[in-house]
Design a protein around this ligand. Structure first.
Ligand code: ATP
Ligand code: MG
Length: 361
């Protein structure tokens, strides 16, 4: 009986996903802060759609407008122009009381955790349930469930001051999930943590996304965060979105200088000067220095050696690395090709035909 109704429920849910994929739709959003001395344009005509079930990242430098964007989505800031839809409702058009209900669909986690220091871990997670007037017994059961989910069942009675940064953020995550939100917003939630703790928090977010089907929108200045968990990413620069796409495409083919600099911060692509030597080129032959990026299954195929055999050219490997973008292998090779100019062009075309990105350096 219970299983049957659960299955029905899931079917209804899947239907809902098909009907409208976007959970958050932002249309022509502009935000201007008015200070006594000046106007600050923090967001300039931002249009963006975040699909149900995805982990969407927004990356930008300090002052780019990231926090402003997230604060507009949960209506802590009022947009100057434009509209925002969350789960089909235009939240920018709601009255205060309706807004309070709609806000329960949105959970939020912060860089500095924002826990109440005078309340225990248990009471911190209980807090949003008290505000939502959830009956006490039900609320307590929910808190135990959430602490179990974030791996802190044994810390229920402890105060935040007795926790590590990573544990504090786990409490923050449990609290954000208390009212079963549809979307979790994260503003630099791992910026105050060391790389290892960051990875464990990101893994928790990935599990929450998969198991509870909660959409996650996270904001960061750290490309490592994007690389580890995001499906899609938007790059924000000077108040505007300058690039949107799936993370793998961004890594293999960034189209703006700012995206390239973010990628360079995690994937080393600069070749040391002393490696760029000119090989002794036989008469009538020439060289090409190329960067080859490969993604997913092609990372395991011997494409380069097939090319060498097929075209009979010489190849000098100057640099190589392999990494992971979310769950997909992603690699980079810098090669010097030596041979007849026409044959080199054919060799590069061969690599491109096999789905590799080639950049001539
Ligand atoms: N309340 C405010 N009043 C006036 N200007 C503001 C206010 N909040 C933000 N700004 C300005 O708006 C711009 C965008 O700020 P925002 O906080 O959104 O940037 P951010 O991308 O989150 O930066 P960071 O990575 O440093 O957190 C900045 O120029 C900032 O100075
Ligand atoms: Mg910020």
């Amino acid at each position: 009986m219970y299983l049957a109704s659960l299955a029905e429920h899931q079917e209804a849910f899947i239907f809902a996903i098909k009907e409208d994929g976007a959970l958050i739709r932002i249309e022509h959003l502009t935000k201007i802060y008015q200070t006594p001395s000046q106007q600050v344009l923090a967001l300039d005509d931002v249009t963006l759609s975040i699909e149900k079930g995805e982990i969407f990242g927004i990356i930008g430098l300090s002052g780019a407008g990231k926090s402003t964007l997230i604060r507009c989505i949960n209506m802590l800031e009022k947009p100057t122009k434009g509209s925002i839809f969350v789960d089909g409702r235009e939240i920018t058009a709601l009255a205060k009381r309706e807004l309070r209900t709609e806000r329960q669909k949105i959970g939020m986690i912060f860089q500095h955790f924002n826990l109440l220091s005078s309340r225990t871990v248990f009471d911190n997670v209980l807090f949003p349930l008290e505000i939502a007037k959830v009956p006490h017994r039900q609320a307590r059961a929910r808190v135990y469930e959430l602490l179990e989910l974030v791996g802190l069942s044994d810390k229920a009675k402890v105060y935040p001051g007795q926790l590590s940064g990573g544990q504090k953020q786990r409490v923050g995550i449990a609290r954000a999930l208390a009212n079963n939100p549809k979307v979790l917003l994260s503003d630099e939630a791992t910026s105050a943590l060391d790389p290892q703790t960051t990875s464990s928090i990101l893994k928790l977010l990935k599990d929450i996304n998969r198991q509870l089907n909660i959409t996650i929108l996270l904001i960061t200045h750290d490309m490592n965060v994007i690389k580890q968990v995001c499906d899609r990413v938007a790059v924000i620069d000077n108040s505007r979105i300058v690039e949107i796409g799936d993370v793998l495409s961004l890594f293999s083919n960034p189209s703006t200088a700012i995206s390239k600099s973010f990628i360079n911060s995690v994937v080393k692509t600069d070749i040391p000067e002393d490696l760029i030597h000119t090989a002794q080129v036989p008469q009538g032959q020439t060289t090409r220095l190329i960067r080859v990026s490969f993604i997913g299954s092609s990372a395991g195929e011997p494409i380069i050696s097939s090319m060498i055999k097929k075209y009979g050219i010489d190849v000098n490997i100057l640099y190589g690395n392999i990494d992971r973008v979310k769950d997909t292998p992603f690699g980079n090779l810098v090669l010097e090709l030596i041979g007849d100019a026409g044959i080199l062009d054919q060799s590069m075309a061969y690599l491109r035909e096999r789905g590799l990105e080639i950049e001539v350096l």
